[in-house]
Design a protein around this ligand. Structure first.
Ligand SMILES: NC(=O)c1ccc[n+]([C@@H]2O[C@H](COP(=O)([O-])OP(=O)(O)OC[C@H]3O[C@@H](n4cnc5c(N)ncnc54)[C@H](OP(=O)(O)O)[C@@H]3O)[C@@H](O)[C@H]2O)c1
Length: 378
């Protein structure tokens, strides 16, 4: 018999106390929210990534994931990212969300099927069936595979209100050039790419471009993935004392607040399968965010409640889009001509020099900044 939501929440709370995470969670302040520029909807900046939710049907395998999802929603979390390619992940999320009765609390993001010959509409139908839902919040072209055929279908299904938002994902530095071209050429709501304290390339072009184009950004691999994890880099090291200045009580919150304090970032999706991890990670969606050296940084899209809670965190360049369309396609002009002209008219909103440095000169948003300041690179 499935556990009830109350059973699961009870078990989750017990585990938190046992493992001492209650301290991490005991942070003050309203939860933060960030803006989806294409709609004005606000979402919490910490979600869950589920590329390791592809488990079987046994209670042993599913119980920790059920408890994690229940606790996530109880904390105020909404965004869960999955993909057809993550084994049974979509089905597991669909089953557990139904058992817990939390489908309407979740913002479900998934991606087109890149595993075999299933493409387009057949893939969409499978995702709806596995996620057990009538509407998917965000559907992305996975790894920009078959964009030419998938994106027009995504647009049709968005027009039919089966998808609320559409976009595309990549997850490695090698794909950033392609992603930048995609953002400049296409009118989409969301993009997903990798960015972390140990992998900062996205701050040089992708984040400014997303801000300039008014595209919401979902960050994957925020801990640099399980294999090259940032937790290994800091093993045995104490958090710097100044981290308390932005309500940071753990290395996980340090890594995540680094990411979500960037004005162009909408949500980070740490892979999370444990209650103690979700409690720790969601702490990064509360309290103050780091402010840059030499002045406060306005975080466009932070909710009013959080601005009140965090007067230090706000006066930054606006990241609302003013230039969403790509007229070069209509006019039949080359993309590079269009880009030159567009940048002349609308310079990128976050030129490197103006990029806020959240950690008071200790770390920087981009690799180039880090090199300029002699900061050690992780
Ligand atoms: N192309 C794409 O679209 C693409 C590619 C890659 C990833 N993604 C998405 O991005 C998500 C995140 O990437 P990822 O999961 O590979 O890497 P990640 O988020 O950088 O790291 C996940 C690892 O960190 C651990 N962890 C989580 N919270 C922790 C905490 N508070 N303290 C210590 N360890 C913690 C997790 O453990 P537990 O699992 O035990 O909690 C897991 O081993 C994926 O799940 C997926 O949804 C998308």
């Amino acid at each position: 018999m499935p556990m009830t939501r109350r059973d699961v929440l009870g078990a989750g709370a017990g585990a938190a106390v046992t493992l001492g995470t209650a301290k991490l969670f005991a942070q003050s302040g309203d939860p933060l929210f960030k803006l989806i520029p294409s709609s004005g909807e606000m979402i919490p900046p910490i979600g869950i990534g589920t590329n390791r939710y592809g488990v079987g049907e046994s209670e042993d395998e599913r119980a920790p994931l059920r408890a994690t999802m229940a606790r996530f929603v109880e904390l105020g979390g909404r965004v869960m990212d999955t993909a057809a390619a993550y084994g049974t992940s979509e089905a597991v999320i669909g089953d557990l969300a139904t058992e817990l009765g939390i489908r309407n609390d979740l913002f479900l993001a998934t991606k087109t099927d890149i595993r075999g010959r299933i493409r387009g509409v057949d893939g969409f139908r499978n995702s709806f069936e596995r996620l057990r839902t009538e509407q998917i919040d965000l559907m992305m072209v996975h790894q920009l595979v078959n964009t030419d055929t998938e994106l027009p279908l995504l647009r049709e299904w968005k027009a039919a209100r089966r998808f609320r938002y559409i976009g595309a994902s990549v997850s490695s530095r090698d794909q950033h050039g392609e992603m930048e071209q995609f953002m400049l050429a296409e009118d989409v709501d969301f993009v997903q790419f990798n960015y972390s304290l140990g992998d900062r390339d996205a701050a040089e072009r992708l984040l400014p471009t997303a801000a300039d184009r008014g595209i919401a950004v979902m960050i994957n691999l925020p801990f640099r993935g399980a294999r090259r994890s940032l937790f290994n880099v800091v093993e045995g090291q104490e958090l710097p004392e100044w981290a308390a200045g932005f309500d940071c009580a753990s290395w996980a919150q340090f890594f995540l607040k680094y990411i979500v304090s960037h004005p162009a970032v909408t949500v980070a999706i740490p892979g999370t399968r444990q209650v103690r991890h979700v409690e720790d990670n969601f702490g990064a969606a509360r309290g103050r965010l780091p402010a840059p050296a030499g002045g406060a940084v306005r975080q466009p899209g932070l909710s009013r409640a959080s601005r009140r809670a965090d007067p230090a965190a706000c006066e930054a360049p606006a990241c609302r889009n003013t230039c969403r369309r790509t007229p070069h396609i209509a006019r039949g002009r080359g993309r590079s001509d269009y880009r030159k002209e567009r940048y002349a008219r609308h310079p990128p909103r976050f030129p490197l020099a103006a990029c806020p440095n959240p950690f008071a000169g200790v770390v920087s948003y981009s690799n180039r900044q880090a090199a300029d300041t002699g900061e050690l690179s992780w």
